[in-house]
Design a protein. Structure first.
Length: 196
């Protein structure tokens, strides 16, 4: 039998099988409302790890390292690594937003959180609402600013050299903006779950 850890697909399948076994041990066979709420929270956190993990990879590793890479090696990053990382980055953002909105709906605080708790005066809904809005702004930045500009910067969309440089700068600064916003976003999300 082939070692499943030799491929990403095999590794993910093994992780999912272990998770299902663990879920059955912990919860049993009943898939009630509380379980579905938990399930979407788990998906939301897993998606967020994928998204913010890539955001931090770009800002803490790739961007600072690129000037140190010899010019002849840079095409490998721009043609192979960055496009793959950007795929998981943007779809991690989409999955995080979708599962977060579903989770908020399932738990009955979607409207109040989007209104920053102003409709019911619940501090927990204010905290989670601030986190949600920061996440929505970050998601918007990923899909409508970073990704279109990265396509130009990586040569996936052909533009003049000056436009390519401008696009790279816009993508980098917007990515840095998202890194900055991720700090209070994570604080607000965790505060809503632990302070209130």
């Amino acid at each position: 039998m082939k070692n499943p850890l030799l491929s990403l697909e095999g590794t993910i399948i093994c992780g999912l099988v272990l998770t299902i076994v663990l879920a059955i041990i912990i919860k049993g066979a009943g898939l009630d409302y509380a379980w579905w709420s938990f399930f979407f929270r788990w998906l939301h956190v897993a998606s967020g790890v994928m998204w913010i993990g890539h955001l931090y990879y770009f800002n803490f590793t790739q961007i600072p390292t690129m000037p140190k890479i010899p010019d002849e090696l840079k095409p490998a990053i721009g043609k192979h690594i960055a496009p793959a990382a950007l795929f998981w980055f943007r779809w991690g953002a989409m999955a995080t937003i979708v599962t977060g909105l579903i989770l908020a709906h399932l738990n009955g605080y979607l409207g109040s959180a989007l209104a920053l708790g102003l409709t019911d005066g619940v501090p927990k809904n204010t905290a989670i609402g601030v986190g949600m809005w920061l996440g929505i702004i970050m998601w918007f930045n990923v899909w409508f600013i970073i990704w279109p500009n990265q396509k130009k910067a990586l040569g996936m969309v052909q533009v003049e050299a000056a436009e390519k440089a401008k696009a790279a700068r816009i993508a980098m600064l917007t990515s840095r903006t998202n890194t900055m916003l991720s700090i209070p976003m994570l604080y607000a999300m965790v505060a809503a779950q632990n302070i209130y």
